[in-house]
Write a protein that binds this ligand. Structure first.
Ligand SMILES: Cc1cc2nc3c(=O)[nH]c(=O)nc-3n(C[C@H](O)[C@H](O)[C@H](O)COP(=O)(O)OP(=O)(O)OC[C@H]3O[C@@H](n4cnc5c(N)ncnc54)[C@H](O)[C@@H]3O)c2cc1C
Length: 590
């Protein structure tokens, strides 16, 4: 794949910019085409009257050392460490999230708390089978009552459908938590190494867009280009290669340029539609079925400081449409230009074309202001201004057919040798910024001759191992552990111990017989007190063989059984502890 011509990168979001950055490190020239007037994609920062608005509140957190390093290099002292504070608003009360026992107890009351514990225990004893949907998936792990209290309404707001219609497979895929393997390693080696978003995260002083502006500057200072307001309109392909790209520039003029190597972070369903000639009908149909959840923020400027101490609140109350409320000043003070004021982001999850999406901005601002008052969080008179930011295609949806259709698209795209798709929507994968960037970095390396399979990123641990030696070491430990933790076959072990015991006693008896003497086997014959009929004779040797085999068998079987039982209980306890850990950031992963 090596190239001397510029590498054409579509999309100036985290994935595209990371790809361009990597191209420069490999001495290749990147040109990034971004249709928006600023970089960052879903992770951009919008500005309204000097107030900075993040599209959802982007926490910078990664387990990938290379990405962590890159972020730190780009931001230097402007990369703040923020201590997380978030709560759930439910029935007029605020609950700490991650849930804290005393806070939940005080808010829920003793009776409801006991009912939640009883419902949890019931779920452990009689889980629902088969575990077909998200509702059952959560209820099986945490109990129905906890699920209904804290997870149902918010999840339904995010996905716009009842939880019993969301597939359990989605939950299993998305809510990965810590694998049992990592949990065992942590438990055995003093763990706790698994960092998480729970307690703190990094954040650029002026919002996530500041990071991407720094990437843009770096690219432009190093002979690369980032062209804003430049929308890719079509891609001409021939003999399994993209040969030309047509794009619309700032002046609304169309240009066509030759293509040697292309990396695209355009939503893959849209990319398919840009191809000329058009792909087969089956591929177009598959692209049409990929669906997305969109998102809008009503940004409100409030004539008051210190509204609440959290960075954000989850709003469970079904009587309002808002799903989450961001308090940007608590992410970074620099997000709010006037220290006597505040800015908040009322987040609404929607689908392009639905009523919410089509509501006029002025009406959305009115609605959001009224909801804030209804929740009792603010007096409407304190809201002095507002703006609306829309984010189409914010969440790729994992519905029943998405995997099959994505595979059809992937198979077709694999026939175009010089085109790689990267990023969140580029791969229709629920990637965060770090995994999106990683796909871009690997794609750039592929242009330079490497052969990474981008589809394994955020799917397997293996690609991480290549990047981070500490994890590679843990894999060796894992292999050793999985051998030691394998179930012991009781009968096989019992047969071995029985045979060994039988043979030892048999041979000891025979040996004493052969040695002979006045009083043959005076010590050994004491065994006869336990093994009735045993004596140090030829006949006794066979009786010993039978007795010792039987006793050894019993001993071996019990040992193996107890060891397996202990191991099962140990793993069960780790699994449960692990599940309870994932309860702590379940809301973050929805
Ligand atoms: C509400 C919300 C909260 C989130 N919070 C977090 C978080 O806390 N932490 C985290 O790590 N991640 C978070 N994410 C995920 C994060 O936003 C994405 O992982 C990341 O932005 C994906 O980067 P990307 O480059 O793949 O795609 P995008 O950000 O979508 O960028 C793609 C770019 O391509 C451009 N483009 C599209 N079509 C064309 C075209 N035809 N021509 C030219 N340009 C085009 C778009 O304008 C866009 O700029 C969140 C996402 C959402 C929706």
């Amino acid at each position: 794949m090596q190239t001397k011509s510029p590498v054409i990168i579509i999309g100036g979001g985290p994935a595209g910019l990371a790809a361009a950055h990597q191209c420069l490190s490999l001495k290749m020239q990147p040109i990034v085409f971004e249709m928006n007037n600023l970089v960052g994609g879903i992770s951009r920062t919008e500005v309204y009257k000097d107030y900075l608005f993040d599209i959802g509140g982007h926490r910078f957190f990664t387990r990938m050392e290379n990405i962590d390093r890159l972020w730190q290099e780009m931001m230097g002292d402007d990369f703040l460490t923020v201590s997380r504070r978030s709560r759930i608003f439910y029935q007029g009360r605020l609950y700490d999230y991650p849930l804290k026992a005393t806070n939940a107890l005080l808010n829920l009351g003793i009776i409801e708390s006991l009912l939640i514990i009883a419902s949890y225990l019931k779920a452990q004893v009689c889980p629902l089978t088969p575990e077909a949907n998200f509702e059952q998936w959560v209820a099986n792990r945490f109990g129905w009552r906890l699920y209904r209290t804290f997870f149902k309404t918010y999840t339904e707001k995010v996905w716009g459908m009842p939880c019993d219609q969301i597939q359990a497979a989605w939950a299993a895929q998305r809510i990965k938590g810590l694998s049992l393997k990592s949990a065992v390693i942590n438990a055995m080696f003093g763990g706790g190494t698994a960092k998480s978003l729970i307690d703190s995260f990094k954040y650029p002083r002026k919002g996530p867009g500041m990071m991407w502006e720094r990437f843009k500057d770096h690219i432009e200072h190093n002979n690369g280009s980032v062209l804003l307001n430049s929308k890719t309109e079509s891609l001409r392909h021939e003999n399994g290669r993209i040969i030309a790209m047509t794009y619309r520039d700032t002046a609304d003029e169309l240009h066509t340029m030759p293509v040697e190597q292309m990396i695209s972070s355009i939503p893959v369903s849209r990319l398919i539609k840009l191809l000329d000639p058009a792909p087969p009908a089956e591929v177009l149909a598959a692209a049409d079925t990929l669906s997305y959840r969109s998102f809008l923020i009503v940004g409100l400027i409030i004539n008051k400081k210190g509204l609440f101490p959290d960075q954000w609140l989850y709003i469970h109350s079904p009587e309002v449409k808002v799903g989450r409320i961001q308090n940007f000043g608590n992410w970074s003070a620099a997000m709010v230009p006037d220290p006597d004021k505040s800015s908040i982001g009322m987040e609404y999850f929607c689908t392009i074309g639905d009523t919410l999406w089509q509501t006029a901005d002025a009406d959305l601002i009115k609605m959001a202001s009224a909801e804030l008052t209804k929740l009792g969080l603010l007096d409407q008179a304190e809201i002095i201004d507002g703006t609306v930011i829309r984010q189409p295609l914010a969440y790729p949806v994992y519905d029943a057919g998405y995997n099959k259709n994505l595979l059809i698209i992937r198979e077709f795209l694999a026939t175009i040798g010089n085109l790689q798709t990267i990023g969140r929507n580029g791969m229709h994968r629920y990637n965060n910024m770090d995994h999106s960037m990683q796909t871009g970095i690997m794609a750039a390396k592929n242009v330079n001759g490497a052969q990474y399979n981008l589809w394994t990123i955020n799917e397997e641990d293996s690609y991480l191992e290549a990047e981070t030696p500490t994890l590679a070491k843990s894999t060796l430990v894992t292999k050793l552990l999985s051998r030691s933790f394998a179930r012991m076959d009781e009968v096989a072990f019992a047969t071995a111990t029985g045979t060994l015991a039988g043979l030892v006693l048999f041979l000891a008896t025979i040996w004493l017989l052969i040695r002979g003497g006045d009083n043959v086997g005076q010590h050994l014959k004491l065994i006869g007190q336990y093994f009735i009929g045993y004596s140090v004779t030829m006949e006794g040797a066979f009786i010993a063989l039978a007795y010792a085999f039987f006793s050894g068998f019993l001993f071996g079987w019990s040992l193996a059984y107890l060891r397996n039982l202990f191991l099962t209980l140990y793993l069960y306890q780790i699994k449960k502890k692990n599940e309870m850990m994932s309860l702590k950031d379940l809301m973050d992963q929805l």
